[in-house]
Structure formats: C-alpha cells, structure tokens
Design a protein around this ligand. Sequence first.
Ligand code: SIN
Length: 539
Amino acid sequence: MIPRYISNFDTKGLPQRETDFLIIGSGIAGLYTALKAKAFGTVTVLTKKKLKDTNTERAQGGIAAAIHSADSPALHRADTLEAGAGICNVDAVEVLVNEGPERVRELIELGANFDRLDGKLAFTREAAHSRRRILHAGDSTGEEIQNALAKSLSEDDKVEFLEFHIVIDLLTRDNVCYGALVRNNFTGEIVVYYARAVVLAAGGAGQVFENTTNPDVATGDGISMAFRAGASVMDVEFVQFHPTALYLPGAPRFLISEAVRGEGAVLRNIRGERFMPNYHPGAELASRDIVARAIRSEMAETGSSHVYLDLSPMAGEKVKKRFPTITKTCAQYGIDIANEMIPVAPAAHYMMGGVHTNLNGETSVKGLYACGEVACQGVHGANRLASNSLLDGLVFGYRIIEYCKDNLAKQQPDNRHFRNQEQMTWQIQTDTVRQKIKDLMWNKVGIVRDGYHLQKAVAELNELDEIMSYEASSAEDIEVINLITLSNLITKAALMRTESRGGHFREDFTLKDDVHWKKHIGLRRNSGGELVAFELEVS
Ligand code: SIN
C-alpha cells in the first residue's frame, strides 16, 4: 500500500508562501526552465542540497545536437531511435533533434564555453552515434553548463533559490496540483509553497542501486512524490547502467566518460585481453547496455570485480588535455591515466522512465509538469543515446514554459486547506534500510534480471512496505520512503516485462518480443493506495 502523504500535517498551522512557478530541482532542466519562466512570473527553485549538487554537474561527455555541417536532425533522429530499441516516442524524438540545436546555441550565447578546434566547435563521439556530434567542455561539460545557467540567473530578483529544501509531498486535490509541502533542512521548519505551476526537475534515481555514478541526492524523489500524488509513471523498468565507472575499493564510482572510448580507448579483462570485438561489431562503441553486459560476463568469467580501460591507443598528453577531470581524479587514487589502465566496472547511471508527460511536459495531474531525467515522454525509449540527456532537459524545459505562458492557472482557489493525519510515528532506521534497498536492487533488479530474483526482490520490498506508513520526520526518512517507493515501481515493471529490450535484460527472456512488448508499461496509484499497471501504445 502506498500512502498519499508521508507525513502528518495541517496547512492551516504552517507558514505559507506564494510563487508563480515552483521548480523542484537545480540541474540543467530546473535552471533552464527557471531562466525561461522568469519572463512570465515569479520563480522559486527548490533544491535538496547545494545548487550544484546535481547529476548535471557531473555530466562529462557532453551534449549531443546536430550542429556540425556534416550532421543533420534526421541522422540524430535515426541514432536516437536505434538506441531506443523500438519504443521511442517518435514525435518526442523529432522535437528533441529539431529543437535541440537552437537550445544549444542559446546556451552558447549565455556563455557556455564548449571546446573549439581552430576556432570552430569541436565534436566528439560516443557509443551508438553514427558521427561526431557531441559538444563538450573538456570532460566537465555539465559543470560548464550548470555554471553558465546559474550565472545568468544569479542577478535576478524574480528567481528565488532555496538550497537545502526538500519536498515532502505535492499538494493536490481532485487531480490538480496546487503546490508542495517543503522541509527546510537547516531549521527543520515545514513550509507550504503554493504555485500556479509546479515543475518537477528533480533528476534521477541512481541511489536506488548499490553502485552508481549519481550523486547522493539522486534518490528518485520526483518520481515517488508524483506517483503518490496520482501521476502516471512510464518505462521505469528501463535503467541505464554505464559500463565504465571507476572501480577501486573505497573510492566513489566516479564516471569514466564514454568519450574516452569515443577517442580510442579499449576495454581489457584482467588477463589483458581485449574482449569487446567478441561481443559486438561496434566493439567498445556498441550501445551501453551491450558493453555493460559484456563487462559483467568478462568479470564473471575471470572471477574479477572489474575490467580495465586502456587509454594507450591515445597519445599520453592528448589524454590529459582532453580529460583533465578524469586525469585529476584518477591521480588522486595513484593512477596515471596516460601510462596505466583504469580499473572500471558498470554502475547505474540514468533512468529512461519517469513521470509520464506529453510533449509540453504536462503530467496526468493538472498544474504539475516534469522535465529532464525525472520525466518520461518516451524520447529515450528503452535505452538513451549518449549525451541526449542534457539536451532533453533543455528542450522539454523550454516547451513547458512555452505552454505555460498561455495556459497558466489564472488564480488559486480560496480554499487551499490540505491536511493528513494518517501516518504512524516511528523511528526509521534509515541507514540500514537504505543499504538493504541498494543491495537488493543491485543484485536482483540490476544489469541482468530474471523472474526468480525479481520475485524475491518483490518479497523483500514487501517486508519494507510498512515503513511507508510511518511519519517521515527528516530528510533521510523522506529519501528512504522515496527509495522504497521507486524500487517497488522498477521491480514490478521489470517483472511484468517478459522480454529483453534496451536497458532491461532478462536472462529468462533474452529476446526482444515485439509481438507482445512493443509498448510501454504505465503505473499509477489508485485512490486506495494500490499500484495499478496499464499499457500504453508506442506512438
Ligand atoms: C559519459 O560521459 O559517458 C556520460 C554521458 C551520458 O550519460 O550521456
């Protein structure tokens, strides 16, 4: 049973604030949406930690857009559809590839400084792209974009930034979203934010899994709070595992960008043998799911916890110049990447599914919009093409504001009283529960799945069900409840999908089954708190 709200509250007794646009999340989708929204009203951006604690900040490889004279939206479209394994929403892909170049040019005008060669933009290549189309800023492209957006917003008094503010729940009545119940993590104060439009840009959910490239904040809050509020979610069984995260005991799973392979690096098992050509003609540049599974097989075959990324095909000094962040991070752990191989293993990286939206970012709850990784309009299908995620945040964030400027709720109703007195008071052992979820999701709902282990995961998650009826009285409680909620959704959808497609691989159903499964799995919470599954046609 999934509760509607995870805390007891009565808005009558709480401080109340008003804003036109309440934006939840401060990565590329949140900041860019804020930048566009400020022309049409007041904007409040909430973020759980510091403004820069986002997945965007960590994005290395780059941002894909058909800008090069030898490229075209049609070619970008074809690669995106191919990676998406048959279930991309073609209209969403059209929007992405056609509107993407203009959004990227806007970023450049805002000051994002992408690498250039002889004065012209430089393009790199990543897996499953048929050509070089990825703009980059060294290997810290996300940071460059995040800085450019934050700088453009910093002098604007129409945009209020609230760091260390976590949303407990969205406030809804009769399937309309009016705002959010928010906790200030410094003071513990609970505040009500009413808004004419609530935009979820809360990012990803890598922390559901034991190994992830995502920051601590990526606990799937956006999907979980939207789900509790009655919004439909879609495609959540499709999780992308990045093949190459740094593997060193005690070190975080720092991303080693796919662009490193794009520039010529190769993968070797612990015996020093190059193995990718045995798995796929695309070798190291096969799609991420194929490379991640190949690495997993090699690790099992050689009884090792990792493989190696060998950068020797690239000239030493070029490596350091092109990948300064990777060079520096590896050096902290005693690895000189120009001369030594990097130990790597796969890690959870990106959620293709999310809160279901149309092409204007509208969710199934009126007044609630979603963009970026938290959203799913089907643009990535079953597997996201590398470096399409930053672009997605821009393109669909822009469309939300274009839509809202003519369709914003004119005024809020007088009676906005919301309350909940259902939760039981209990002390949740957050650390223990969080670790339990991460272990079970990694081992039973990870890179390779099967019905037996998925059933076991469902049973283990059922044992944690009770926690969702406890009062969430800290940020840690809120995150743990969100992790349990999302784990349930991923596991149930993964169990339903009896085929293999893109990021979802079933050892007991190894083939893609277009006859039965060329469709999306949607999930929503009914008024009784039960999870309802439904099917959506691929459009
Ligand atoms: C990478 O640099 O390998 C990650 C880029 C992405 O996730 O699109």
